[in-house]
Write a protein that binds this ligand. Structure first.
Ligand SMILES: *Cc1c(COP(=O)(O)O)cnc(C)c1O
Ligand code: SF4
Length: 480
């Protein structure tokens, strides 16, 4: 074109309507946030100093000794006699008897590290969030929900080889040993973990290179498996040599892209990371080898309460961070421990502070002997809503229900149907077991008196379960 003609003359003779422009007005009022004084940023205030000296048994223990993992293991409170001996003169009158009685009814053995033992508030052990997790007491036990079974997640039914659960299409859970540095009252694997108790005779999943070999063969024969969770038990209790062998064996399989080592150890005995160089070096070498092969190696740990993270934990996590070892957290929502919005906000922020990434918050599994610790699904939903937004999205946990019966983890909000009156929620798991329905039951103590009565009547039990399943199926049909 040689001459420039006005564009609108080419199209029409009338000028087009000019689009109206939005004019950005300055806001009439601005929200100004006052700086929050440092001393109110509670997540950064990690317990420091030699607090353990307040416990008579640890009065003369200096920091060097307390920070030594071998000292921690040797001085762990283990079994009834050592427990009672440590409590005499420390816990209030009445508490020792309460524990002695609780101990005989519990499905899990008792083992507590000096670190955790020293963080319990012995002036009020009944309410203490750490006591609640590790020490059973008779006065607070409530009867199990009638729909509860010993291996509620059906880990054994989904296990082609002892200790190897293959439930999801591309990932598997490998239980390589059955001991832990502590025993949690609420352990999902109370069917296997720790020594037998008065109430449970356990399945054995001992350290056994022969059993592992069967697991490795299975993993190799299933090219679709890419992601292995190595758990137990607790990989903290795995000698460095075995850790290295298992990690290397898996990383060298072409199909494996990701492995994670599960350990509660970081939360209950951070000293190992500070003083067991052999174990830490093995873990780092595996991470480095993985990185070279473009495969991910990470640690998944289990902090449940902000009190568990101290200045010692921070130093331990910094050591892992410096060595490029990624740590994520899987926490269990528990009544009286962390079922409050404030506690979970603080835990989320504090974990971020020590470079641990909050990954999951689990609805408490339906585990025997710990009904007092379960919450309703609604409590979980309310907490998720309040916590989301307090910090980076990538440091905010997904809240899940591990569907009883082997449905796998489901977002707690994704129920097909939830009857808050009977406490029955129904989930589906299309990628795991298509077409099946899975039910979770709120603990009886969260329900009304009359509904609690109904749960004691076998006919009404069936009715309540049927009602929820029918409602879930109806909803499903309406959608199609
Ligand atoms: C939790 C779990 C996994 C890992 O699941 P993610 O959602 O990837 O953390 C794998 N297998 C089993 C049986 C599990 O319970
Ligand atoms: S550390 Fe894990 S596997 Fe061991 S008792 Fe606690 S919840 Fe169970």
């Amino acid at each position: 074109m040689t001459t420039a003609e006005p564009v609108d003359e080419l199209v029409s003779n009338t000028p087009p309507d000019k689009p109206k422009k939005d004019k950005a007005e300055p806001p009439k009022e601005r929200r100004v946030r006052d700086p929050i004084p440092e001393d109110q940023l509670e997540h950064r205030q990690l317990r420091d100093g030699e607090w353990w000296r307040e416990i008579p048994a640890f009065e003369d223990v200096d920091a060097e000794q307390f920070n030594d993992h071998i000292w921690q293991m040797r001085n762990s409170v283990y079994g009834e006699d050592s427990l009672i001996e440590n409590l005499e003169g420390l816990a209030p009158p009445g508490f020792v008897e309460d524990v002695r009685e609780g101990f005989h009814k519990a499905p899990m053995a008792v083992r507590i590290t000096p670190y955790i033992f020293s963080l319990i508030d012995w002036d009020n052990p009944w309410e203490d969030p750490l006591r609640l997790q590790f020490l059973p007491i008779a006065s607070r036990l409530s009867p199990d929900h009638p729909m509860l079974t010993l291996d509620s997640l059906h880990e054994q039914a989904d296990a082609p080889v002892d200790g190897l659960t293959h439930r999801y299409p591309d990932k598997a859970l490998f239980l390589v040993l059955d001991t832990c540095p502590v025993y949690c009252r609420f352990c999902t694997r109370s069917y296997a973990i720790g020594v037998d108790t008065d109430t449970v005779e356990k399945v054995q999943l001992k350290v056994s290179p022969e059993r592992w070999e069967e697991g490795f063969d299975y993993i190799e024969q299933h090219p679709e498996l890419e992601d292995i969770v190595i758990s137990g038990g607790d990989t903290y209790n795995m000698p460095a040599k075995h850790l290295r062998n298992i990690g290397e064996r898996l990383l060298k399989m072409d199909n494996i892209r990701r492995i994670r080592f599960a350990t509660k150890g970081l939360a209950v005995m951070p000293m190992k990371v500070l003083s067991d160089d052999k174990w830490l070096d093995a873990m780092q070498d595996l991470c480095d080898l993985g990185r070279e092969m473009h495969k991910e190696v990470a640690i998944h740990t289990h902090f449940n309460h902000p009190k568990e993270a101290t200045a010692i934990s921070k130093r331990a996590m910094e050591r892992l961070f410096e060595r490029g070892i990624k740590v994520r957290n899987q926490c269990v929502l528990q009544r009286g421990v962390n079922d409050s919005i404030e506690t979970m906000k603080l835990l989320t922020k504090r974990l971020s502070e020590i470079n641990v990434q909050p990954y999951y918050v689990y609805q408490h599994d339906m585990v025997k002997g710990v009904e007092d610790l379960r919450t309703s699904v609604q409590t979980n939903i309310d907490i998720e809503k309040a916590v989301r937004g307090v910090t980076a999205g990538f440091n905010t946990s997904t809240h899940v229900v591990d569907a009883p019966g082997g449905g796998g983890k489901r977002d707690v909000h994704s129920y097909e149907y939830y009857n808050r009156e009977t406490g029955v929620s129904v989930y589906q798991a299309p990628s795991v077991k298509p077409g099946e329905y899975f039910t979770y039951f709120d603990p009886l103590h969260s329900l009304s008196e009359s509904v609690q009565q109904d749960w004691r009547d076998p006919d009404k039990q069936e009715e309540m379960v049927e009602q929820a399943l029918e409602a879930a199926k109806d909803r499903d049909h309406q959608r199609i």
